[in-house]
Design a protein around this ligand. Structure first.
Ligand code: GLC
Length: 425
């Protein structure tokens, strides 16, 4: 069984391979997505190391001059996706979107470097990527933390990677809809509309895009001009972890200055993260930077915080909280608390399980020594695949597969999970 799953996962990756980048899935997402690529590279690394490095090289070949790495790269024209390059209008030769996504590349590149069989290739590719990833991290600090708080804000729900999480509801409601140019959604042609964001959310997503476009995508202006500015613990944990991992990698590649700066970013971030802790929920919460208030929404973002080296008592509390969620949800980890009124088992990021988040939470908990919870998360993830295939996401109640099918990063995570000792007989 394990063997068959590995073969199937490799087939999904091959099927979505476009030579130098992979699409998340055919149809629904026909271009290159930022954090999909970084995580998918981990899957390729199990059977084709050169192809894995190319995935990340291609992503960084489209990095902007200011250091930003865009969330979508529109390598080819495809009329089946909205909003396409004409809506973003970022003026790039190969069109890209103008916002970013969770910066998981620092983590992925260290992992690929240390696991590499071909050390020469790994050294050459990692050395070239190191300053580019560092430039992206510095961009975050400058453009998304202009007051130097130690934590960065996202300016669009799509930047979080958790597009329609309950976490954004209040802040997104403040985004106007007047002046939104008429549009036709195409996502609902590819996937069940009941699994996707609502129309009202979509109008606000597009308003933000239009607003940033009117500012010429100048990242020195976007932060203060955006009505949506949220500090997401999950997003920050990914950045902090990537900075810490980049520091380790820089030590190994003899780049002491990158190592020093990256360590400093990570240390400041970890210290600042404590501002987001909620004793009531036993997890971290988002902070609305426009009001200065914590957002009372117990989502998976605050559990993903454990991907960074948070204090041991906080990691233990997160493990306990996940264990309790496991008492109510059949499959861990639901993207929203099933006992909350807003929970929706099938709708995108408002309840379903996503294997990429499971993977990062399990990795963080393993570092924190929370092995029993890790075992349950890994076991549930493999169960979901066995029952429902390589879906985009799954119901935590019934394991029903949702969203797109033959999903690249889901397949990549399966290869990662199954490579762990004792994952499955
Ligand atoms: C959805 C997800 C996002 C992902 C993209 C491509 O928009 O919310 O996290 O990057 O699909 O898979």
């Amino acid at each position: 069984m394990k063997h068959t799953l590995i073969e199937q996962a490799q087939q999904v990756l091959r099927r979505n391979d476009r030579g130098t980048y992979t699409v998340p899935t055919h149809g629904l997402y026909p271009f290159q997505w930022n954090w999909d690529s970084a995580l998918s590279a981990l899957g390729f690394a199990h059977f084709d190391e050169a192809r894995a490095w190319t995935e990340i090289d291609t992503l960084f070949a489209h990095q902007w001059e200011d250091g930003m790495v865009p969330h979508i790269i529109f390598h080819e024209r495809d009329e089946g996706y909205f909003p396409g390059p004409d809506v973003w209008a970022t003026g790039r030769t190969v069109p890209t979107s103008g916002i970013t996504q969770p910066p998981v590349a620092g983590f992925a590149v260290r992992r690929m470097f240390e696991a590499a069989i071909d050390k020469n290739l790994a050294t050459e590719r990692a050395k070239a990527l190191l300053p580019r990833i560092h430039a992206w991290h510095k961009w975050f600090s400058r453009s998304r933390d202009p007051q130097g708080s130690g934590l960065v804000a996202i300016l669009h729900p799509w930047e979080s990677g958790r597009d329609n999480s309950v976490d954004w509801d209040v802040a997104l409601a403040r985004v106007p809809t007047e002046g939104v140019e008429p549009f036709t959604r195409l996502d609902t042609h590819h996937a069940n509309p009941a699994h996707r964001p609502t129309q009202s959310q979509y109008e606000r997503y597009i308003w933000l895009v239009q607003n940033f476009r009117s500012l010429g995508w100048d990242s020195t202006r976007l932060h203060d001009a955006s009505p949506f500015r949220v500090v997401d613990p999950g997003f920050n944990a990914i950045l902090i972890r990537s900075c810490a991992d980049l520091a380790e990698l820089a030590d190994q590649l003899d780049e002491p200055e990158i190592a020093r700066q990256s360590r400093e970013f990570a240390a400041r971030g970890i210290a600042a993260m404590e501002r987001l802790w909620s004793d009531v929920h036993g997890q971290y919460l988002c902070l609305d930077r426009t009001t200065g208030e914590l957002i009372d929404s117990p989502s998976i973002g605050g559990l993903l915080a454990v991907f960074a080296a948070v204090p041991a008592d906080k990691a233990a509390a997160i493990a306990r909280r996940i264990d309790r969620l496991g008492d109510v949800a059949k499959f861990l980890v639901p993207s929203h608390d099933p006992s909350a009124a807003e929970f929706d088992a099938l709708r995108y990021w408002r309840g379903p399980v996503w294997l990429i988040v499971n993977y990062m939470i399990a990795d963080g908990l393993r570092h924190a020594g929370q092995h029993a919870t890790v075992e349950r998360i890994v076991g549930d993830s493999v169960q979901l695949i066995k029952r429902s295939g390589f879906a985009e996401y799954y119901s935590p109640v019934t394991a029903e597969p949702c969203g797109g099918v033959h999903f690249t990063w889901t397949a990549a995570m399966v290869l990662e999970f199954l490579a762990q000792p004792g994952a499955m007989a």
